[in-house]
Design a protein around this ligand. Structure first.
Ligand code: PEP
Ligand code: MG
Length: 319
């Protein structure tokens, strides 16, 4: 079955009733990008650029970044590449970006909040992204957004970074939905974004108030909690027809989650390179109408355990 999934992976993933679901990859390096392209990914739904910035005394130059982004684009040979701007903070400190200690780094100056304290660094990164966008379809994605002002500030820096030219016409701009406020207030963001990418790893930690990776809270921090699913569904339904909605958190590769996410209206999934073939195969087994009905029942579930039971029962039922 695995061999068959791998052989089929380069083809588009379409449900039995004809709904296309784009399955991209989460990558952190050029090597990852090559592995993902070989595995049949429909582009990169998330390029984590942190690796370029960590463990060094100075930030990477625009030229260094441009080289890296072009190499990722080349690996995907014309398929879209979503470059996330620097996403670090108190939990991942950088030598050239000293931060005062924080009692709650996950609620502190991280992601776009940190980038906006150093507009010079963000402008340099955006300049590299603009240059790379001349080579192929690039999307730029902003992490840890909570309010519209942050998007507007990044858009202003993008305009400055592209100068003296215009922002490349093909460059799409989007935000990650990781903070519940964005999902709850999504209408306010829609005029300013081309896409929304739901980062369920962080969205779950902020929705359940349970630190991600905390060994004692793993059961609590469940992305299939109906509260998280409701935020995903709100985001997808309100954005429908106005912005592309994807999920790039780890749950996107969970075969039990895929039918629910598709049923909630998610159009794209982005998963680890090793999960691309399996996720595409999971999509091909689905009927999108049945997924909508399943998602409706999951939203009414009392907890993540019941969500899983509902999905399993639907999978066992004769098609
Ligand atoms: C997320 O938060 O779901 C996400 C994809 O970003 P990261 O795991 O890099 O925080
Ligand atoms: Mg995140």
């Amino acid at each position: 079955e695995r061999a068959r999934d791998a052989a089929e992976a380069p083809r588009e993933a379409v449900t039995r009733d004809g709904r296309r679901v784009v399955v991209g990859a989460n990558v952190g390096s050029v090597a990852d990008a090559r592995a993902a392209a070989t595995a049949g990914a429909d582009g990169a739904g998330l390029v984590r650029t942190e690796i370029l910035f960590l463990d060094r005394d100075r930030p990477p130059t625009a030229e260094e970044q441009e080289r890296e982004y072009l190499a990722v684009l080349d690996a995907f040979a014309g398929r879209p590449v979503t470059i996330r701007t620097l996403d670090v903070g108190g939990d991942k400190p950088l030598r050239y970006l000293p931060q005062p200690p924080e009692a709650n780094p996950f609620l502190g100056v991280r992601g776009v909040r940190l980038s906006l304290t150093r507009p010079d660094l963000l402008r340099t990164q955006l300049a590299a992204v603009c240059r790379a966008a001349a080579r192929g379809p690039v999307r730029v994605m902003v992490p840890m957004v909570s309010v519209v002002e942050e998007v507007l500030a990044v858009r202003r820096l993008l305009t400055e970074a592209a100068a003296p030219g215009p922002v490349p016409a093909g460059l799409r701009v989007g935000v990650m939905v990781e903070v519940p406020a964005v999902a709850l207030n999504v209408e306010a963001f829609l005029p300013h974004v081309d896409f929304l990418s739901i980062g369920t790893n962080d969205l779950t930690q902020y929705t359940l108030a349970a630190e991600r990776g905390h060994p004692a809270l793993a059961a609590l921090a469940d992305p299939l909690d109906p509260a998280v699913l409701r935020l995903v569904g709100e985001t997808a339904s309100r954005a429908a027809g106005r912005a592309t909605v994807s999920v790039c958190g780890e749950v996107a590769a969970d075969p039990l989650a895929v039918p629910v996410l598709v049923g909630l209206g998610v159009q794209e999934l982005s998963v680890a390179p090793s999960a691309v073939a399996g996720t595409k195969a999971a999509v091909r087994r689905l009927d999108s109408g049945a997924c909508v009905e399943l998602a409706r029942r999951c939203l009414a579930a009392t907890g993540a355990a019941e969500v899983r039971a509902l999905v399993r029962a639907a999978q066992d039922a004769p098609p």
